[in-house]
Design a protein around this ligand. Structure first.
Ligand code: NDP
Ligand code: GDR
Length: 344
């Protein structure tokens, strides 16, 4: 039986990855932070919370000493570092905290691996946010980086440290440059889930109008469950490396709203431009969406579209779910959740 350690098991990817590894008969240690209201709703949703091979451990990524003790106590063969302050918007308000968690945190784990057992295989959750300002599309492993947020800068540091530890100490450190991936387990602050939850509430008469920021941003959105398979494959490969996981399709935030309305059977019409843009429910004449500049970011990543060819060639990885399907399952899940008055 293989042993894996997942940091950030209370997050979207941590929950799906734990499910995948348990299905493959791994012993899984999952870390969570001690807070006044730790929430395990995602692993409960997946029904894995009582799996005898799942062990939950309290851990904070910013603490080097506990990173060392964690590896000594759990003795994993594979470490998946998914923990991060992962919300780009918040990173502008809390750049220092973001740097400590998202940048220095992975360094703590790399140091712990170097000290405790350099044979541990390490996955670092890198991001398309590192590409940032558009230089060349589609973005791939060789595309130059130009991060546009404190989050992107912190992730870029961790990405290069992973490569540096690979080259300096022969540590099996792989970096997955993952483009946006979503699911019914996505945090409510991220735009896709904010949209599907908002549209579900509007459909059920629980919300009048949804407010969003930049409607023109384009993202390459995939399904989180497909992407955690890629993380696992990276640590089964012969060599540590850097891989892009993406769908190679890009759509605007506006397109995602239109798709969600279609899934919820609400016919809408777009009116106005920029800050005055609205979406009107054709059946009722009511404005169901407006732009609020408070959701704009100080610097924006305008366009992301990734080329996952290397992952396909070397790992045999390909995304399975298309965006229409993904949007439909998210809307459906949020309709059910809101009907039952569940909060997440
Ligand atoms: P989430 O925000 O859903 O989960 C992040 C996890 O990190 C949570 O479990 C959170 O715990 C934990 N965490 C935060 N701070 C600390 C800390 N100081 N110590 C220990 N744990 C901490 O992110 P996702 O699941 O969406 O993403 C997983 C990883 O992949 C992240 O690193 C993210 O930056 C990266 N990524 C995500 C992409 C996406 O589209 N989802 C794309 C590319 C990269 P708590 O519940 O206590 O807050
Ligand atoms: P992103 O995801 O910043 O790409 O980071 P997010 O869903 O937050 O934003 C995507 C785009 O939508 C625009 N947008 C809004 N965003 C939010 N959150 N709320 C709004 O109301 C809104 N209106 C418009 C944003 O400006 C942006 O352009 C995600 C995270 O999961 C990161 O951790 C990960 O690394 C990257 O994806 C890849």
């Amino acid at each position: 039986m293989k042993t894996a350690l997942i940091t950030g098991i209370t997050g979207q990817d941590g929950a799906y990855l734990a499910e995948l590894l348990l299905e493959q008969d791994y012993k899984v240690y999952g870390t969570y932070r001690r807070t006044a209201s730790t929430n395990f709703w995602r692993i409960c949703d997946l029904g894995i919370q009582n799996n005898p091979n799942l062990h939950l451990c309290e851990y904070d990524l910013t603490d080097l000493g506990s990173s060392i003790r964690l590896l000594e106590e759990t003795q994993p063969e594979e470490v998946y570092n998914l923990a991060a302050q992962s919300f780009v918007g918040v990173s502008f308000d809390q750049p220092h905290t973001t740097a400590q968690i998202t940048g220095i945190g992975p360094l703590n784990l790399l140091e712990a691996i170097r000290i405790v057992n350099p044979k541990i295989r390490f996955y670092q959750a890198s991001t398309s946010e590192m590409f940032g300002k558009v230089q060349k599309i589609p973005q791939q492993e060789s595309t130059p980086f130009y991060p546009r947020s404190p989050y992107g800068v912190a992730k870029l540091y961790a990405h290069w440290m992973t490569i540096n530890y690979r080259e300096s100490y022969d540590i099996f450190g792989s970096s997955g440059i993952l483009f946006n991936h979503e699911s019914p387990l996505r945090g409510l602050e991220f735009v896709t889930r904010k949209i599907t939850d908002g549209i579900a509430k509007i459909k059920l008469g629980k919300l009048d109008c949804l407010e969003l920021g930049n409607m023109d941003a384009k993202r390459d959105w995939g399904f989180a469950k497909d992407y955690v398979k890629g993380m696992h494959l990276m640590l089964q490969a012969d060599e540590p490396d850097t891989f892009v996981l993406a769908t190679n399709r890009t759509e605007t935030v506006r397109d995602f709203v239109s798709m969600s309305c279609k899934a919820a059977k609400i016919d809408i019409e777009w009116r106005g431009k920029n800050e005055d843009e609205i979406a009107v429910d054709i059946a009722t004449g009511k404005t169901i969406l407006r732009v609020n500049p408070k959701f704009y970011r100080p610097a924006e990543v305008d366009l992301l579209i990734g080329n996952p060819q290397k992952a396909k060639d070397i790992l045999g990885w390909e995304p399975e779910m298309d965006l229409e399907q993904l949007c439909a399952i998210m809307v459906e899940a949020d309709l059910r959740r809101n009907e039952n008055n569940r909060s997440f």
